[in-house]
Write a protein that binds this ligand. Sequence first.
Ligand code: NAP
Length: 443
Amino acid sequence: MSSSTIAGTEVTAEELVGREVPATYKAAYVEKKDAVALWEQPEETRQRADVRETLKVGEMPMPELAPDEVLVAVMASALNYNTVWSARFEPIPGFVFLNHLAKSGGWNERHDQDQHVLGSDAAGVVVRTGSAVEDWGEGDSVVIWPGWGNAERATRYHDVVLGDQNLAWGFETNFGGLANYAIVRTTQLMPKPKHLTWEEAACNTLCAMTAYRMLVSPNGAPFKQGDIVFVWGAAGGLGSYALQLIRNGGGISVGVVNSDEKERLIRELGCDLVIRRDQLELDGLEPRKWAKVFREEVRGAFGEDPHVVFEHVGKQTFWASVYLTRPGGRVVTCGSSTGYEHTFDNRYLWMKAKSIVGSHGSTPQEGLECNRLFEMGKLQPALSKVVALDDVAEAAHDLEANRHVGKVGVLCQAPEEGLGIEDPQRRAEIGESKIQLFRSFGQ
Ligand SMILES: NC(=O)c1ccc[n+]([C@@H]2O[C@H](COP(=O)([O-])OP(=O)(O)OC[C@H]3O[C@@H](n4cnc5c(N)ncnc54)[C@H](OP(=O)(O)O)[C@@H]3O)[C@@H](O)[C@H]2O)c1
């Protein structure tokens, strides 16, 4: 247990552990009644929910701890796009997931509540352990891998993503990380990189580990040195880590962004070709011409097409992604922000033997390998901005409106930014300018 001050003046891990577990805790949540009210409206007239109204912050009852769980005092968390989906109750209300989970009985019944505590990223201190916990102890500083499942199921052990229970914590489960406390299974715990602050450590797990599986793991569409990798949304949550992984692995990156600020950021990250989609004349173009604009940008720079296209934008870009990829190349996708019913011209896929690879989250092993890269200083946090837990709804609205850069951190129990560094020497070796690169953007 760290005896250094980690949570503001005089607060050590020991003191955090010594505090009584409160009966209620502050958390960001959505309510079942709002989901019901929205879904009762006829489909033709149903308006999109305003996340500033549906995402609330208040006191939640402290759940009981299952034997294989720990209670984490969350020092910091981060926003993910899945919080936007949850607060819009799209594509279906998260309460449907909670209800389904509860049907498996036992401790899982706790998840089916009228309030859903959100959040799939967090860093903090283990303050209580369930009776069956062996490897983790009170006072451990942790980051939380967001995959949630039953460790007894053998289907987890080859590739958890293929298993029959692979849920996103704080999205498909309750008691997530946008809160002062979180309930976490021991299978989710990973050591916090000791040189990072709470907010720097908290923002990485979901997006970096997802990008790692997509581009590095054999389970995704791994690139080789010299391969051209085309990244949509290169300064967003996923894209910011994708660019770092491509640079580390000797790939050639093509990053698409929509502003001067994002262009400057990805150039700093070493992006080899920047495409400014806001500066291209794309309006009204039919899909092939739209896609051709991007293909010509890449061909103009390198004389060849991408080996891998990194997809998460979905409906808007997918046609182009399939078209852009070189013969034998791969489109790897983990999401559909602009709509999940994609169209593409299948001739460009089958006649050139291209593949589409679906990817979702990561396995614990992929997560650990990615976490190790942060510990070694080979990956840096994409943290551009930090907000208070009270301001999470406004920040989620900004995320939805694409007004952010990289990741937005959220202070939970940490009273201020900059706390939680347990290895200042390591931090100095890596260098503030590298670790804090994103902080000069997106304020
Ligand atoms: N399955 C999984 O495990 C997993 C994990 C993480 C995220 N996701 C999903 O992946 C998606 C992206 O997540 P994120 O955290 O990277 O979100 P993000 O931080 O909002 O970044 C998305 C980026 O996409 C770009 N973009 C937005 N609209 C676009 C459009 N119409 N055309 C082209 N580019 C557009 C934006 O870049 P520019 O405007 O600069 O071009 C933005 O920076 C979300 O749907 C999320 O739910 C899935």
